[in-house]
Design a protein around this ligand. Structure first.
Ligand code: VGL
Ligand code: ZN
Length: 240
């Protein structure tokens, strides 16, 4: 990597005069403070290689998240935490296969392979996560008849997990979202965080998506429309 002096030397004075330093060194410009929290979404064995709902390249988010987490004094993790026979499992709907959809009282539901069943190894957080200061683990999706992609609200759109009240009582104003999967639990969490009044950043390279039936492109479009900021982990300053 070039350092600042080398870049300046290579540019020469003419080009340099036309560029504000802020344009040159925009990277790592975001410094999480005490009113910022990192939300680490569903980095669980079921979503990692070998898991029942493995997200492509899911394991690659782990080192990125571990590094980024050093910049945060507030970290909350989530765990998808389903009952056996959960309504989101294709296996409980006769004639249905994973990734098909059904209509439930609260809306359209994508059906999944059985995953993240309470107390199973698949539901455990990855053993490679290294975030000792994480202060809260929110479990979600534990009502048998309602899914919950979002860390804030269940899929009925009204049952709260308590996370917004927790963050507000801790005076958190900005949340940074990372983890799995970009187009489901990350996106729904980011959208609900906006609705709850937080400033929201999704760290793209610290997430991976499932991408079924155009879900990934739709998720990014919905997030952009809602004012979610799309950043990279290199945009966050981590002091050595
Ligand atoms: C998730 C599908 C089903 C996720 C959870 O963590 O994104 N996706 N349950
Ligand atoms: Zn789930």
């Amino acid at each position: 990597m070039l350092n600042r002096r080398q870049i300046l030397a290579a540019m020469g004075t003419t080009a340099l005069a036309s560029l504000a330093p802020s344009a040159l060194f925009a990277a790592a410009a975001i410094k999480p403070d005490d009113s910022s929290a990192l939300l680490v979404i569903d980095v669980q064995n079921c979503f990692l290689p070998g898991g029942s709902l493995a997200v492509k390249e899911g394991e690659q988010v782990v080192p990125v998240i571990n590094k980024m987490a050093k910049a945060f004094s507030n970290v909350v993790m989530t765990q998808d935490w389903h009952t056996p026979g959960h309504v989101s499992f294709a296996s409980v709907h006769s004639g249905k296969k994973p990734f098909e959809t059904i209509d439930l009282p609260y809306g359209k539901q994508v059906l999944w392979p059985d995953h993240c069943v309470q107390g199973t190894d698949g539901a455990s957080l990855s053993k490679d996560l290294s975030i000792p200061q994480a202060e809260l683990i929110i479990r979600k999706g534990f009502h048998k008849d309602v899914d919950s992609y979002s860390a804030f609200l269940e899929a009925d759109g009204k049952t709260t997990t308590g996370l917004a009240a927790y963050l507000k009582s801790r005076k958190i104003k900005r949340v940074f979202v990372a983890g799995l999967a970009t187009d489901f639990c990350v996106a729904w969490t980011a959208l609900d965080a906006r609705k709850a009044g937080f400033e929201v950043y999704v760290v793209e390279d610290a997430c991976r998506g499932i991408d079924t039936q155009g879900s990934l492109a739709k998720a990014w479009a919905d997030m952009a429309k809602a004012g979610v900021k799309r950043i990279q982990s290199a945009d966050i300053a981590v002091s050595a």
